[in-house]
Design a protein around this ligand. Structure first.
Ligand code: 5HY
Length: 243
């Protein structure tokens, strides 16, 4: 099976890191590829960034549909464009936030999320409510690091994430921590060792869930709201999206 990881921001080094993390946990026989849109924000740290990145995600799904992809992972913790992406394919499409929340509730009664900037916490809180996991999550915390600090070894991003995870362990009454950024995909082991709690990371969680769905022949339902969009012309610079 072929699983396509889509990094919705346009930072190629982060896409590579996300691809490597996914490939590390993939089963034998699973091919993992990673792409990012050509156009869009270099990092996603606001509602605006997320809205623009969603178009890029949809373009990557359309591209994947011409390459025989069996499942897609949206590797940004806001799960940008998730439902719209599901409309474009029969393949499963999994957001890393949704995947991490599902797995965290299988191994703990209560978890906290540690994400990047404080201003993005609300995005995770909205997803928790929307997906029905709000009562499982004690707190959405921020390490107060810009997303691209995760690409800069000199930025001490890991230390700040570990500090915030330790605070969550001490204060939140939780059994696990969910990492709140696709750019943290390579940090799971170091954080687990430093904090001493189960750490749920979304990219790897989503790859394993995607493998399960494909092997169960469970794809996106085309009955109801996730049916293919009705054909219609699009105007102006979006005319290429029209059918
Ligand atoms: C992410 N931004 O996973 C989110 C994290 C965040 O560019 N990749 C990004 O802070 O919302």
């Amino acid at each position: 099976m072929h699983i396509r990881l889509i990094n919705p921001n346009t930072t190629a080094s982060m896409t590579e890191k996300i691809g490597a993390a996914g490939a590390r946990v993939a089963a034998a026989g699973t091919r993992v590829s990673a792409t990012n849109p050509e156009a869009g924000p270099v990092s996603i740290e606001s509602h605006f960034d997320e809205a623009i990145s969603a178009v890029g995600v949809l373009e990557e799904i359309r591209r994947g549909e011409t390459e025989g992809v069996d499942a897609y992972v949206i590797a940004c913790f806001g799960d940008p464009g998730l439902l719209a992406a599901r409309e474009l394919t029969v393949a499963p499409v999994i957001g890393i936030a949704e995947a991490a929340f599902h797995l965290a509730t299988l191994i703990s009664t209560r978890f906290s999320v540690v994400t990047t900037l404080g201003r993005t916490c609300i995005i995770a809180e909205h997803l928790l409510q929307n997906y029905g996991f709000a009562h499982h999550c004690r707190k959405v915390r921020a390490a107060e690091i810009p997303v691209l600090d995760l690409e800069d070894d000199g930025a001490c991003a890991l230390d700040r994430i570990i500090d915030e995870c330790r605070r969550a362990k001490a204060e939140d009454g939780i059994g696990a921590i969910v990492l709140g950024c696709g750019g943290m995909a390579d940090l799971t082991d170091e954080i687990r060792e430093a904090v001493g709690l189960p750490i749920v990371e979304g990219v790897t969680a989503a790859v394993k869930l995607a493998e399960s769905l494909v092997s169960l022949r469970l794809g996106t339902s085309k009955y109801g709201d996730l049916a293919f969009p009705r054909q219609k012309p699009f105007t102006g610079r979006f005319d290429y999206l029209g059918r």
